[in-house]
Design a protein around this ligand. Structure first.
Ligand code: GUN
Ligand code: ZN
Length: 424
């Protein structure tokens, strides 16, 4: 067992932040030997209960749950900052040519190693990640994540049409490859598999149906895709699937809406789409920096809340502009300002932080596992330095409330704030 003395941020069952200025976090092995949170709370109240346990003094630092990124593309690490008129030209001119290189295992491995280093530097300890259509890209990512002991989910992209040579796969083989990868990797150590149709325009109805059949057969694997991101994309889907009720309806018809199904963007939705998300238990991965960069639109938080939809935050690198959860939370704040709010002008810092930790984990079906620092949770946490830059030191020293402290970190923070990352 080991204990840490620092300020500690975690969340209660009502999604509210709980903060101890002089806190203590005790971690130790559970029955399976995995490092979990054994106790957490006020230092004065807890210290006497753990005599003999070494306590590392981190006063002046903030311990918080490791960040959870609900949607990111590791093969797009080198695509960040590629300007385009919108989603579809961006895919054609930058993304597909980059992804075509991932049939080379050496290239996939080199990018995966850099990607995981970058996640760690930014304090992200769990990510639901797109690979490419090449099975080798999945193997490379799982091997790197396994070596680092991460809780990590990825899958082979399915795209058997409207895709150029080099990234297009073949319907039957793509499903055979997917099943083989599920059997090889899902549930190994902390790894999970996600059935990954890229988006409705690049999968034939047969491929989507096959994906849905696998999702039924392997009911605890994840599903990930994109939906209702961009107006041209939505129009194209309506032409390709004239009988579907909506874009989301294409996935519903294929059996791809259920718990552990995560759809990036969910911008151009109607009330029926949102109700379907709630009824099926599917979750939205809100990707605000990507949506602002590609000019896709604004996620409607108020409508999502009214519908009772599950959601959390995501970077969507390389459509997104940063690996940093602080940048993503700030972009979500900007997006929140565009909506209607019963209280305040946008989201609160506690809401933003929850959406990138406990809320994201809950939306992934990893409630009770990661994303929070309550007893029993896997001990994935970050040690943050609120004085990492001169301006942050000045600003956080003047914070009169938890909201002011968290806001200072969200607005001014980046990888310089992340002093250390611990994983279970
Ligand atoms: N829709 C289909 N593929 C992609 C992708 O790679 N990024 C984003 N943002 N949207 C997509
Ligand atoms: Zn994406």
């Amino acid at each position: 067992m080991k204990a840490y003395r620092a300020a500690i941020l975690r969340f209660d069952d009502e999604h509210r932040p709980v903060y101890e200025l002089d806190g203590m976090l005790v971690v130790g092995p559970d029955a399976h030997g995995r490092r979990v949170v054994r106790a957490v709370g006020d230092h004065a109240a807890l210290a006497g209960r753990f005599p003999g346990v070494a306590v590392e003094d981190l006063r002046g630092r903030l311990i918080a749950p490791g960040f959870v990124d609900m949607h990111i593309h590791y093969p797009q690490t080198d695509v960040i900052g590629a300007p385009a008129a919108g989603l579809l030209p961006w895919l054609e001119h930058y993304t597909f040519p980059h992804e075509a290189r991932f049939n080379e295992e050496g290239h996939a491995r080199e990018v995966a190693a850099f990607f995981f280093d970058e996640l760690q530097r930014h304090g992200v300890t769990t990510a639901l990640t797109f690979a490419t259509s090449h099975p080798a890209s999945v193997t490379a990512a799982f091997q790197e994540a396994q070596a680092r002991g991460l809780r990590f989910i990825t899958g082979k992209v399915l795209q058997d049409r409207h895709s150029p040579d080099g990234v297009r796969d073949e319907t039957e083989q793509s499903l055979i490859d997917t099943e083989a990868l599920i059997r090889r990797w899902h549930g190994v150590d902390r790894l999970g598999y996600a059935i990954t149709p890229r988006f409705a325009p690049t999968s034939s109805p047969e491929q989507l149906r096959g994906a849905g059949e696998l999702a039924e057969k392997y009911s605890d694997v994840w599903i990930q895709s994109h939906v209702a991101e961009n107006v041209d994309e939505v129009k194209w889907v309506a032409e390709l699937f004239p009988h579907a009720r909506s874009y989301l309806g294409v996935y519903a018809d294929a059996g791809l809406l259920r718990e552990r199904a995560v759809y990036a963007h969910c911008i151009h939705f109607d009330a029926t789409d949102r109700a379907l998300m709630r009824e099926t238990g599917a979750a939205a991965a809100i990707s605000p920096s990507s949506n602002l960069f590609l000019g896709s639109g604004f996620f409607d938080y108020a409508a999502a809340d009214d519908a009772g939809m599950r959601y959390g935050l995501a970077s969507d690198v390389g459509g997104g502009t940063s690996f940093s959860p602080f940048h993503t939370m700030l972009a979500a704040y900007y997006v929140g300002r565009a909506g209607q709010h019963k209280t305040g002008v946008s989201l609160t810092p506690g809401q933003l932080w929850w959406q990138h930790t406990a809320g994201a984990a809950r939306a992934l079906g990893l409630d009770g596992v990661v994303g929070n620092l309550q007893p029993g949770y896997e001990a994935d946490f970050v040690v943050l330095d609120p004085k990492a830059t001169p301006l942050l030191a000045r600003k956080t020293a003047q914070a009169n409330s938890l909201d002011e402290l968290l806001f200072a970190l969200i607005v001014l923070g980046d990888d310089r704030v992340v002093e250390r990352v611990h994983t279970a």
